[in-house]
Design a protein around this ligand. Structure first.
Ligand code: HEM
Length: 200
């Protein structure tokens, strides 16, 4: 008999993948909250400025975390989806995960671009200490105000799309855990034993 050279798929995500996932989740939730308050809240100018700086700092951190996640994901095999999952749901899960990667990378880049194109040319100081540069080209453009307005719209629509996708993602994870009772959520948690959710 010829044995396959490929090692068996892991049962759960690695500790690094789990840590990156929950750190990113926490930071993205914070960004959505800060983003909505700083743009729609009734704030003093100084408070608004402070929240913008927090938003930019955490947003750039998410960009770094997402690059690390992508590198880790491409170099480490993830556990497979439950074998019983219908093909359509399998495709839906892959598409949702791909979009989540695209948005957690794309939204910070668009945010960075819109700050770089701003006619106010405000500096970014990450967590009040590290000066963060603008992207090239954008600060020198003649029609900066129009480009900034266009990037703001993309950033806001992208954020609302991400919120919808996150609700779907969390809903799917809870359905797997409480209704289908498989290991999908448990394998993204560091301590819970696997295979304990099956109905008696
Ligand atoms: C995953 C990452 C990010 C998420 C989820 C996010 C989310 C949001 C949200 C929900 C808003 C409010 C949109 C609205 O309803 O008007 C917003 C606005 C904003 N974000 Fe982000 N953001 C991210 C990354 C960044 C980064 C990295 C920067 C800059 C370095 C940035 C800069 C801004 C700015 C300047 C605004 C205000 C735009 C305006 O004045 O209309 N964002 N963001």
């Amino acid at each position: 008999m010829i044995e396959s050279a490929r090692p068996a798929a892991p049962l759960r995500y690695t500790r690094v993948a789990i840590a990156l996932h929950w750190l990113t989740a926490l930071a993205v939730l914070g960004l959505i909250g800060i983003g909505l308050v700083m743009t729609h809240g009734d704030l003093t100018a100084i408070r608004r400025f402070q929240l913008y700086q927090w938003h930019k700092s955490v947003g750039i951190t998410v960009l770094g975390l997402s690059l690390l996640r992508l590198g880790w994901r491409l170099s480490h095999r993830p556990p497979p989806l439950p074998a019983a999952l219908p093909r359509r749901e399998r495709g839906g899960a892959h598409l949702a995960h791909l979009l989540l990667y695209a948005l957690t990378l794309g939204l910070p880049l668009v945010g960075w671009a819109l700050v770089s194109a701003s006619p106010f040319n405000l500096p970014t100081m990450l967590f009040g200490t590290v000066p963060w540069p603008h992207l090239p080209v954008l600060p020198e453009m003649a029609n900066k105000a129009a480009v900034e307005a266009w990037l703001k719209d993309i950033h806001a629509w992208g954020a609302w799309f991400l919120i919808a996708l996150l609700l779907l993602h969390v809903g799917a994870a809870l359905r797997h855990h409480w209704v289908l009772r498989d290991d999908t959520l448990r394998r993204m948690l560091p301590r819970l034993p696997l295979g304990t959710g099956a109905r008696p």
